[in-house]
Design a binder for this molecule. Structure first.
Ligand SMILES: Nc1ncnc2c1ncn2[C@@H]1O[C@H](COP(=O)(O)OP(=O)(O)OP(=O)(O)O)[C@@H](O)[C@H]1O
Ligand SMILES: [Mg+2]
Length: 333
């Protein structure tokens, strides 16, 4: 029986992993939670059967997965192994309890402190990957996962490279997905550098801040054109409560020309750090705790009292000196 649905693989043993539950699917793979007898639960990304079987594609997928598995960083998903078991091409990774995509679907737009923190986690991952010569190419809300403590981790580093532009022996173009997060240069098939990931991160933050993508169309080419030509509506004009300063940060990521964006993930990270420090300062000094306010008012009253009595003492002192002087003058007569 041909495998058409991921559910058909539940219970199947893939190398050392027993597939337990379908987590989701993208353009070319299914993701399962799986049990490994000696190591607990993992997530398995399995090529869909229609893409498996093409030896060249399978090996591109495995190669990119191996490159990704060498990126060891606290904000990058840990790949446990890359394998082939019978007809199944897969890689195993840590299993995460939540994703940015699920969070937006569940709770709607996120508040600014959360957005800034997530953006910093992703920027740190990008900075590390770019320094190691890997461009992500597919930054989007589905590829940002969360640890139990909320730390953001990025998955699918470089995997898109195995897929995009590849035309199989049978003539099927493997370029998959919508260009919802695609940078203008990506939509135009130009050479990419790390700044393309910053654009896609800008789209991701825009979606997380407003609940919507900056550009939508059911027509692939129209959507690509919008990314190349149209100015995005500023997030605050679409109901986002983020500050004007953070809005400008997102819009800078969304600049059409890479030269008008942040020059690197590090420069972007430094801007986020400054923004986060500034809002923490405002939190501490701008919004005053009522207890502190009461204490400050009492201090001010006491100081005023001290000032008042000081003034009276001075007046009395002058009067006494004047009286003594007058008495001395009178007696002298
Ligand atoms: N390690 C993981 N732990 C938990 N959930 C995961 C993990 N890896 C992927 N997922 C989730 O599984 C779903 C499918 O992932 P997949 O990478 O196949 O598709 P995608 O990222 O949505 O799109 P595409 O890869 O086609 O661009 C996504 O919703 C993703 O958030
Ligand atoms: Mg993915």
């Amino acid at each position: 029986m041909a495998t058409l649905y991921p559910e058909q693989l539940i219970g199947r043993q893939v190398g050392p992993y027993a597939l337990e539950r379908v987590i989701g699917q993208g353009g070319f793979a299914w993701v399962f939670s799986a049990k490994r007898a000696d190591q607990g639960t993992a997530a398995l990304k399995v090529l869909k059967p229609r893409y498996a079987g093409d030896r060249q594609f399978e090996s591109r997928f495995r190669n990119e997965s191996r490159v990704a598995s060498e990126l060891t960083h606290r904000n990058i998903v840990r790949i446990l192994d890359v394998g082939q078991a019978d007809d199944i091409t897969y890689f195993a990774m840590d299993l995460y309890p939540d994703s940015l995509r699920s969070r937006i679907d569940r709770d709607g737009p996120l508040a600014e402190p959360d957005l800034v923190r997530i953006a910093m986690d992703v920027a740190a991952a990008l900075s590390f990957a770019h320094a190691n010569g890997v461009i992500h190419r597919d930054i989007k809300a589905d590829n940002i996962l969360f640890e139990k403590d909320g730390t953001g981790v990025v998955t699918d580093f470089g995997i898109m490279r195995a897929v995009s532009g590849y035309v199989s022996d049978t003539g099927v173009n493997m370029t998959i997905g919508t260009p919802s997060y695609m940078s203008p240069e990506q939509a135009q098939g130009r050479t990419l550098d790390g700044r393309s990931d910053l654009y896609a991160l800008g789209v991701t933050l825009y979606k997380a801040a407003t609940g919507d993508l900056p550009f939508t169309s059911t027509d692939w080419f129209e959507l690509a054109r919008m990314h190349v030509e149209d100015a995005p509506t500023p997030p605050r004009s679409r109901g986002s409560t983020i500050s004007r300063r953070f809005e400008l940060v997102i819009l800078k990521c969304l600049a059409k020309h890479p030269d008008d964006r942040y020059a690197s993930a590090d420069e972007f990270l430094a801007e986020l750090q400054a923004l986060s420090d500034e809002s923490r300062t405002t939190e501490t000094f701008g919004r005053v705790d009522p207890r502190l306010q009461a204490a400050a008012a009492a201090d001010a009253r006491a100081a005023a009292g001290r000032h008042l009595s000081g003034t009276w003492l001075a007046v009395i002192g002058v009067l006494v000196v004047a009286a003594v002087a007058a008495a001395v003058v009178l007696l002298a007569r």
